[in-house]
Design a protein around this ligand. Sequence first.
Ligand SMILES: C[S@@+](CC[C@H](N)C(=O)[O-])C[C@H]1O[C@@H](n2cnc3c(N)ncnc32)[C@H](O)[C@@H]1O
Length: 304
Amino acid sequence: MEHVPVLLEATMEILQPAPGRTVIDATFGRGGHSRALLARGARVIALDVDPEAEVEAKKLATEVGTDRFCFHRANFGQLAQVMEKEGPVDGLLLDLGISSPQVDQAERGFSFQQDGPLDMRMDPTTGTTAADLVNNLSEPELRGLLREGGEDRDPGKISRGIMRARPLLTTGELATAVARVTRQPRPGAKHPATRTFLALRRAVNREGGTLDEVLAAVPKVLRPGGRLVVLTYHSAEDRAVKVWIREHSEEEKREMGMAFGHPNLERWVKRLDEVVPTEEEIAMNPRARSARLRAAEREKERST
Ligand SMILES: C[S@@+](CC[C@H](N)C(=O)[O-])C[C@H]1O[C@@H](n2cnc3c(N)ncnc32)[C@H](O)[C@@H]1O
C-alpha cells in the first residue's frame, strides 16, 4: 500500500513552508510530507534510517535539485550532529513510527497479518532483530520489555507463553504464541498480539531513547520562532511529547514562578494547538486512526 501522509494540511499550516524557509523532515518515509513542503517552496533537509527511504529520496533530489532537497541516511537521535554544518532552521517535523510500505513488506517482519522473518528493524543493515530479543532475553527481561513498550495488560502471561514457544523465528509464530495465551478478541477488536508487536518494535529500534534524543536537540536546530510538529501513533509516545512540551513551555515556567532572564530561557517553547484526524481523513486513510499532532514554537529571543 502506498503511504498516505497523515494530517498533511494541519502540518503545513503549522510549519508554514514557503520560499526562503528551511524545514527538517526527520522521518522522510516515502516523502509524502517532504513533497508537500517542497511544493510550497520550502527547502527540505530529510533524514531516515531506512535504505528504501534513501532510494526514494535520491529520486526526489534528482527531481527538485540538491539545493532544495538533501537527504541523510541517519537516525534522528543524531539530529544535532547531522545539523552541525547547517544553521538553525524554521521547522522540524517528526512523523513517528513506520510507513505503510514497511508494514506491508512481509520480509521486514513488522506485521502479523502476513508471515515473515521476525525482524522489525527500521534499518535492516544493522542492530538487533525482534527474533534476537524474543529468543534470548530472560523471562523477567521480556516481561519488562512488554510492560514498558506496548502497554500489554498481562505482560507476564505473554512472556511466559513466548518462553514456552521458543524458538520463534517468524511473525506468524509469535502471533500464534501470543494468541494462545490471551483471550479470544471480540469481533472487530485488535489482534491480541498488536501490543506485543508494538513493544518489540519499540525495543528493536530504541524508539523511546531516540525520541528523547531528538527532543533534546530541538533548541540546537530550531531558530527562535521556529516550529516543531510531532505526529505520534500511540499513547506512550504521545505522552513523552506532551511532557516534553509542558516541561519546556513558557507557560509552565511562569506557572512555576520562574522569572524571565532564567538561564534556560533559550530552551523555552510555546505550546501550539493539538490536532487529531477528522472522521473523513480516517475513512480515507485508516492508518491515521490513532494519530495525534502536537506542536510547539521556539520562543522568540527577547531583549532583556
Ligand atoms: C510514519 S513514516 C513517515 C512517513 C512520511 N511522513 C511520509 O509521508 O512518507 C516514519 C519513517 O520514519 C523512519 N524512522 C523512524 N524512526 C527513525 C529514527 N529514529 N531515525 C530516522 N528515521 C526514523 C522510518 O524508517 C519511517 O520511514
